[in-house]
Design a binder for this molecule. Structure first.
Ligand SMILES: NC(=O)c1ccc[n+]([C@@H]2O[C@H](COP(=O)([O-])OP(=O)(O)OC[C@H]3O[C@@H](n4cnc5c(N)ncnc54)[C@H](O)[C@@H]3O)[C@@H](O)[C@H]2O)c1
Ligand SMILES: [Zn+2]
Length: 414
C-alpha cells in the first residue's frame, strides 16, 4: 500500500463516529449552596504568659486528655525592645504545659511595622516555617504583635495548606480594638495597600492588657482613632464617653483603655456577625469611614504615618466634607475636630495638600477614591456623617467640596 492509502485507512479507523451533538441546553443547571459557619472567641486577659494563666493552653487544647496540639509562635520584634524576655517566657510557658501543647520550634521573631507588609520576602519565611515543622490544618499559628504582623502572619497561615488555624494575640491598641478581631489579613503589593490577602476568620483572639503597658505613646494614641471611627458611625453615647475620658486616655489610664477596646471590639464583632456581609462581597464597607484617604495617605507618606494616624486625618476630611455638604451641623463637626485634637492627632500632612488641586496627578490624594472603589468592586460607596453616631452612604462626591475641606483642615482653626 502507498503511504497516502495507509494514512487514509488509519484516519478512517481512528475517526470518531459522528454522533448527534449533546443536548447540553436541555441539561438543567446544577446548583449548590454552601453555608459555612465560623465561630471564634475574643478573650480578654492580663499577663498571658504567666505560667499560672492557662488561657492560651485551653485555647490551643480545650481537651487536655487528648493528644498534645502542635503550634508555632511568631513574635513582633518591636515587642522585644520593651519585653526582652518575651521569647524565653513563651518557651517556659510551653514547657510548663508540654503535656497538652507542643511548641514545635523556638518562636520566630519578625520585625514589626508596616515595612514587613511591603516586603515580599516575609510571607514565605512564615510559610517555610510551617512547612519545615510540618504543621497540619489541626495545628495552630500563634501570632503576637501589632496589626501589621498579624495581617502578614494571618495571610501566611491562611494560604499554607489552604488554611491553618490562627490565634491572634494583638499587642497594640489598634490591633486590640480593631484589626486583630476582624476577618481580614493581607500584605501590600504593587504599591497598593492590602492588595494580597484573604478573608479568613481567626480561630481565636486573645487581648492581653499587659502588652499595652509599655506601648509607646504614639501607638497608644494611634489606635484610639479606630474607636472614634465606630463611635462616629454607630454609637453617639460611646462618642460622648470618649470625650469625657479623653484626658484619662491621654494620661494612659489602662482601665479606661480596656473599656474602650472592649466596646470597640463589640462593635466590630457585631458588625461582622450581623451586617450580612462579613467577606465584603457588596460595595459597601461602613467600617471604613475615613479610610479612602487614610490608605492613600499611608502610601503617599511612605508609611511615615501609622494607620491610626492616617485614619484620624481621613475622618477629619470626611467629617469636614459632611459639614460643608450640609449633612452634619457645625456644632457636631467642631466636637469631632476637637476630640481628634485632644488626642493630639494631626489633621493634615504636606502630602495631602501638595497635589490637592490636581485630582488626576499620580501623587494626588484623590487617586484614593478610585483605588478604594477598585478594592471593593462595584459602585463607589463612601460613608459620611449625618450626625455623631449616624453614618450614611453616598455614591458620588464633589471633588471641589473635598478640596475645600482639605484646605480648611490645612488652614487651622480658630
Ligand atoms: N486586618 C484588618 O482588618 C486591619 C484593620 C485595621 C488595620 N490593619 C492594619 O494594621 C496595621 C497597623 O497596625 P498597628 O497600628 O498595630 O501598627 P504596627 O503593627 O505597624 O505596629 C506599630 C509598631 O509597634 C510595635 N509594637 C507592637 N506591639 C508593641 C508593644 N506592645 N510594645 C511596643 N511596641 C510594639 C511594632 O513592632 C511596630 O513597630 C496596618 O498595616 C493596617 O493596615 C488591618
Ligand atoms: Zn482601619
Amino acid at each position: 500500500m502507498e503511504f497516502p492509502e495507509i494514512m487514509s485507512q488509519l484516519i478512517q479507523r481512528l475517526a470518531v463516529p459522528a454522533i448527534a451533538a449533546p443536548q447540553t441546553a436541555l441539561l438543567p443547571t446544577l446548583k449548590q449552596s454552601v453555608t459555612v459557619t465560623f465561630d471564634y472567641q475574643v478573650h480578654f486577659t492580663f499577663d498571658l504568659f504567666n505560667p499560672t494563666n492557662d488561657l492560651l493552653r485551653s485555647v490551643l487544647n480545650p481537651n487536655p486528655d487528648g493528644a498534645a496540639t502542635n503550634f508555632i509562635v511568631v513574635v513582633d520584634g518591636g515587642l522585644l525592645t520593651v519585653l526582652p524576655n518575651l521569647v524565653t517566657q513563651i518557651q517556659a510557658y510551653a514547657d510548663r504545659y508540654a503535656d497538652t501543647i507542643n511548641l514545635k520550634i523556638t518562636p520566630l521573631v519578625i520585625v514589626g511595622g508596616e515595612t514587613i507588609k511591603n516586603d515580599p520576602a516575609q510571607v514565605p519565611i512564615v510559610q517555610q516555617l510551617i512547612h519545615d515543622v510540618g504543621l497540619c490544618r489541626h495545628s495552630y499559628v500563634v501570632a503576637i504583635g501589632g496589626g501589621a504582623l498579624l495581617d502578614l502572619v494571618g495571610y501566611a497561615a491562611a494560604t499554607a495548606h489552604r488554611g491553618i488555624r490562627l490565634v491572634r494575640v494583638p499587642t497594640t491598641v489598634l490591633a486590640q480594638d480593631d484589626s486583630g478581631v476582624g476577618v481580614k489579613n493581607g500584605v501590600n503589593a504593587f504599591g497598593k495597600k492590602n492588595f494580597l490577602g484573604t478573608f479568613t476568620p481567626p480561630y481565636a483572639v486573645i487581648n492581653d492588657g499587659a502588652f499595652l503597658v509599655n506601648l509607646p505613646q504614639r501607638d497608644w494614641i494611634a489606635g484610639i482613632a479606630e474607636a472614634i471611627k465606630v463611635a462616629l458611625i454607630k454609637d453617639a453615647p460611646f462618642f460622648k464617653w470618649l470625650c469625657a475620658n479623653a484626658e484619662a486616655l491621654v494620661q494612659r489610664d489602662l482601665g479606661i483603655m480596656q473599656q474602650l477596646i472592649y466596646r470597640s471590639c463589640q462593635h466590630h464583632l457585631t458588625h461582622i456577625g450581623t451586617y450580612g456581609d462579613p467577606f465584603e462581597m457588596g460595595s459597601s464597607r461602613p467600617l471604613d469611614f475615613g479610610h479612602w484617604s487614610a490608605h492613600r495617605l499611608e502610601h503617599l507618606t511612605n508609611y511615615r504615618l501609622r494607620h491610626g494616624e492616617a485614619v484620624a486625618i481621613g475622618m477629619a476630611i470626611d467629617s469636614t466634607y459632611s459639614y460643608l455638604s450640609g449633612a452634619i451641623d457645625e456644632a457636631g463637626w467642631r466636637q469631632i475636630i476637637q476630640l481628634l485634637q485632644t488626642f493630639g492627632f494631626a489633621l493634615t500632612v504636606p502630602e495631602l495638600v501638595e497635589f490637592v488641586d490636581q485630582p488626576e496627578h499620580p501623587q494626588s490624594v484623590f487617586r484614593g477614591l478610585s483605588e478604594f472603589r477598585e478594592h471593593l468592586g462595584g459602585e463607589l460607596t463612601l460613608m459620611l456623617l449625618r450626625d455623631i453616631g449616624v453614618g450614611f452612604e453616598v455614591h458620588q462626591v464633589d471633588i471641589g467640596l473635598y478640596q475645600q475641606a482639605i484646605g480648611l483642615l490645612a488652614g487651622g482653626f480658630d
